[in-house]
Design a protein around this ligand. Structure first.
Ligand SMILES: NC(=O)c1ccc[n+]([C@@H]2O[C@H](COP(=O)([O-])OP(=O)(O)OC[C@H]3O[C@@H](n4cnc5c(N)ncnc54)[C@H](O)[C@@H]3O)[C@@H](O)[C@H]2O)c1
Length: 448
């Protein structure tokens, strides 16, 4: 089958490369000429493990191409995917659909023959109706259907997620559209990936419901972690104790600095807005979003407390900037709030991240960057682990201690064991595990 992928970012590029790898003929389109030029020259515009090899293989074998000119690939395509961004709209938190609507207008002008236009972007309920209306108005003669096919891949494991999904959700209401979509995903459902065919609105809502549920799970264990710290319990044991119950499940029960990234923050907000507009407010998710927002900055206060109540004039080393490991994505990363709170408290920040420093430079000011974790730690009054990159899991603790000005480590990802760290002479603070942190300090610091 022939596929045009409109938008070649984290989702479009991975989906396009994977569809090509299934044997389809794929053209990835983007409005960003620098991105397309990089891809045509064999350079990846993003960091995603395994992507460079997958793209190179499919380009070599003639199934994957890149262009800024949408008309021809759309005219030839059986399916045109819209995989453009849907960020939060400034001011009100609704999903900004301007990129999706623009893509629909561009596609409309180029359609030829029967085509399924598929929204892969995460879009609010009813967006498929609007995309259909835009195309129909521009091209009353066109033969097309609009389907919804939300994407569930995770950055950092995107290729495996796309190729071995827990499920594929297809919101399509005509037989030809369902036929095209099932043909596209045939290689996957032969491998027994469940394929759910639903109404378009159901598919659109399923994506938001999934993300809101996962965000709720994370926030739940984060609040339990706070309680663990107060009562002297261990959140990792609590998580295991509840997670072994199949009705709960063990995934997404890792306490940390709060969720970030390109999806959960904006998708929870967009769902909240949709629900309010339809007079069916989801108060649980409203609370989750607000608890999480406050938590990220509170992690800065936790570091200040670990430094004895003040970071003014102190140097803080930050390990990990991206919102999670194995990506260069800095969108809504907790590190941004943690660093902001520390800078407001008068700290000097030096940071290291294996892949995220380029993107971070555009979002942070006044931060120094180091070439490796040890250079980052040198002379610092405290070291904070914000993202659990594998390379931070087995640091040379003796070397680290000799480099730090004070042996203070705040581990916001529970990478290390409190006993080991104590034995190595560190004042070690983590999440949801008793560590003797002075709570009067934590609570009284008004950094903002
Ligand atoms: N990133 C993820 O992990 C993830 C996972 C599941 C779903 N999603 C959803 O997928 C969508 C895309 O997310 P992303 O992270 O890939 O975004 P992204 O910002 O990385 O990529 C979007 C791309 O679309 C391009 N674009 C914008 N308008 C265009 C147009 N009219 N024509 C062609 N290209 C255009 C942009 O230049 C950009 O390269 C969002 O709705 C997001 O919520 C993302």
């Amino acid at each position: 089958m022939r596929v045009a992928m409109i938008g070649s970012g984290y989702v479009g590029l991975v989906s396009g490369a994977c569809f090509a790898d299934f044997g389809h003929e794929v053209c990835c389109v983007d409005v960003d000429p620098a991105k397309i030029a990089a891809l045509q020259a064999g350079r990846m515009p993003i960091y995603e493990p395994g992507l460079a090899e997958l793209v190179a293989k499919n380009v070599r074998e003639g199934r994957l191409t890149f262009t800024t000119a949408l008309a021809e690939p759309v005219a030839c395509a059986d399916a045109v995917f819209i995989a453009v961004g849907t960020p939060s709209r400034r001011g009100d938190g609704h999903a900004d659909l301007s990129y999706v609507h623009q893509a629909a207008r561009d596609i409309a002008a180029a359609l030829r023959g029967y085509t399924v236009v598929v929204t892969k972007s995460t879009v609010p309920v009813g967006t498929g109706d609007e995309v259909e209306r835009i195309i129909r108005e521009a091209r009353p003669d066109a033969r097309f259907d609009v389907a919804s096919n939300p994407e569930f891949l995770r950055e950092g494991a995107a290729i495996a997620d796309f190729k071995r999904p827990d499920r594929i959700v297809i919101g399509a209401e005509s037989e030809p559209a369902v036929d095209v979509m099932t043909a596209l995903y045939r290689p996957l459902y032969l491998n027994q990936a469940p394929l759910l065919v639903t109404s378009r609105r159901t598919a659109e809502l399923t994506k938001y419901a999934a993300n809101a549920f996962l965000a709720t799970k994370i926030t739940f264990i984060n609040e339990i972690a706070d309680l663990c710290e107060r009562v002297g319990a261990n959140v990792q044991d609590v998580a295991r104790g509840i997670g072994l119950d199949n009705r709960i499940g063990s995934k997404f029960l890792h306490a940390g600095p709060g969720y970030g990234g390109s999806c959960f923050p904006k998708d929870t907000l967009a769902l909240i807005k949709t629900a309010q507009d339809y007079a069916a407010p989801i108060r649980l998710v409203e609370t989750v979003a607000s608890v999480n927002e406050q938590r990220k900055r509170a992690m800065g206060r936790k570091v200040i407390a670990a430094c004895g109540g003040s970071v003014r004039g102190k140097r803080i080393a930050i390990l990990g900037l991206t919102f999670k490991p194995n990506t260069d994505d800095m969108r809504d990363a907790p590190s941004l709030s943690v660093i902001g709170a520390l800078q407001d408290g008068g700290a000097e920040i030096r940071a290291y991240d294996p892949e995220g420093m380029e993107a971070a430079k555009a979002l942070l000011s006044g931060v120094g960057y180091a070439g490796d974790p040890y250079a980052c730690a040198e002379g610092a009054d405290a070291l904070v682990i914000v993202t659990e990159w594998d390379m931070f899991r087995a640091l040379d603790l003796t070397r680290l201690k000799s480099l730090l000005k004070a042996p203070v480590i705040v581990d916001l990802r529970n990478v290390y064991r409190p006993d080991d760290m104590k034995q190595n002479g560190f004042q070690y603070h983590s999440i949801g595990r008793p560590d003797g942190l002075d709570w009067s300090n934590y609570q009284s610091i008004a950094a903002e």
